[in-house]
Design a protein around this ligand. Structure first.
Ligand code: AMP
Length: 423
């Protein structure tokens, strides 16, 4: 039996891979406009890194990590998200000391052992952004603006920004008390996990997917009502700057995110067409994470967008992006002609022209059919006769007009013509 890819992990190929490339390219361009620098980390890390940062009692750490011992018995984990690795790298290389570096981005695969369904995979890809070193609310607003602008620029216009504040450890403790008091009234009705969470990590009850738990938390107290003066001021300022960006947003009192390291601002971006997995991205502030991971006390804020989900939304809302069409398709008829075509093709490619070539020495008809499939407008044909005359035939597949070009001028004439057309 043939070997297939692992369940929940996909091969990405043309024409879809071209859409991926365009999304990644757009992200890189937009990151550059905001001064972000790329940071590439390994996809394997010590398990402890994720357990300590994401939180022992989260779904990710409890059930979803790909964790295994290496040959020496060291426990390793395929990264389920990017922030923890980025923070580890910044601490390890003391990048927080470099004055021109404070904004980092990463694009790459993440791994979670979840039950695969539409928009949920075991290997998925994220565009990730982290801004390190500032507590200022203007930064929270700016990263949200980046995400919303990015969606707009790739053609997703009907997304919604949901936002909440989770407060700081000081205001969270009275809130926790109020929350536990409320949750305990329903103790018998919760699912098994939430029954435990009430005592271990009550905020996690908010992201339980079980219907009856979701119903109960609808009436739960709101974090916003328990914010301390400083956190309240911070949140108001975030909204103030967000208003300046003209992004519309919704306050979502029960948004807590699925990871423990967040404090103050938390947000998610919801898009239509995704079904149950309706968040294309999410993020927030994590002022305590650097210290938690053994680094200096540095505030930070960031987010991640899921590329697969962006693609689903794009597919449902707009036509596929067009894939590259060759500037020239070359047809050789006979071995001698193939040698000449081969040299011309390499010369043109060196001059930045996209050339496709029929590698098999098939009939003119069959090679023309292949050129058509590529959507090529210009086709250059060289056969024995043409070689004898020292010419090549240039055919326009749309107008069906043909002209002759001297072989020793082919390169220059085509470069000029093709470049002119693409202006
Ligand atoms: P999270 O930090 O878990 O909220 O993830 C951020 C974003 O990554 C989500 O909004 C999704 O777009 C994407 N994402 C998370 N988990 C998966 C998954 N299993 N499959 C596909 N995309 C995912």
């Amino acid at each position: 039996m043939a070997i297939t890819a692992i369940k929940g992990m996909s091969d990405i190929y043309s024409p879809e891979v071209e859409v991926w490339q365009q999304i990644e390219e757009k992200a890189r361009q937009l990151f550059a406009r905001f001064g972000f620098r790329e940071l590439r980390t390994p996809i394997l890390e010590k398990t402890e890194l994720f357990a300590r940062s994401i939180g022992e009692d989260t779904d990710i750490v409890q059930k979803e990590m790909y964790t295994f011992p290496d040959r020496k018995g060291n426990m390793l984990t395929l990264r389920p998200e990017a922030t923890a690795s980025i923070v580890r790298a910044i601490i390890q290389h003391r990048l927080y000391n470099v004055p021109t570096m404070g904004k980092f981005f990463a694009i790459g695969p993440m791994f979670r052992y979840e039950r695969p369904q539409k928009g949920r995979y075991r290997q998925f890809h994220q565009v990730d952004a982290e801004v390190v070193g500032s507590k200022e609310p203007v930064v929270d607003a700016e990263v949200m603006y980046w995400a919303m602008l990015f969606l707009e620029e790739i053609g997703i216009r009907d997304s919604e920004l949901h936002i909440n504040s989770l407060g700081c450890p000081e205001c969270r403790s009275p809130f926790r008390e109020r929350l536990v008091k409320y949750l305990r009234e329903y103790e018998e009705s919760f699912c098994k996990d939430c029954g435990r969470r009430i005592y271990t990590n009550p905020l996690r009850v908010f992201d339980c997917k079980v219907e009856k738990c979701k119903e109960i938390v609808k009436g739960a107290p709101k974090v916003l009502d328990s914010l301390c003066g400083e956190c309240k001021k911070h949140f108001e300022k975030v909204l103030f700057f967000l208003d300046k960006t003209r992004c519309t947003y919704k306050l979502n009192h029960h948004l807590v995110r699925g990871l423990d390291y967040y404090n103050r601002t938390a947000f998610e971006i919801i898009a239509s067409g995704l079904g149950a997995q309706n968040a294309v991205g999410g993020g927030g502030r994590y002022d305590g994470l650097f210290k938690e991971l053994g680094g200096p006390d540095i505030p930070a804020v960031g987010f991640a967008l899921g590329i697969e989900r962006l693609l689903i939304v794009l597919k449902e809302s707009s036509p596929q992006l067009k894939i590259g069409v060759p500037d020239l398709y070359m047809i050789a008829l006979g071995e001698k002609a193939q040698e000449v075509c081969f040299s011309i093709a390499q010369g043109l490619r060196k001059k930045e022209i996209y050339v496709e070539m029929g590698y098999e020495l098939k009939s003119l008809k069959s090679q023309m059919r292949r050129a058509d499939k590529f959507g090529a407008v210009h086709v250059l044909i060289i056969g024995e006769n043409e070689l004898e005359k020292g010419i090549a035939i240039l055919r326009n597949m749309v107008t069906k007009k043909q002209s002759e070009i001297a072989l020793d001028e082919v390169e220059n004439i085509l470069v000029e013509r093709i470049k002119k057309e693409s202006e």
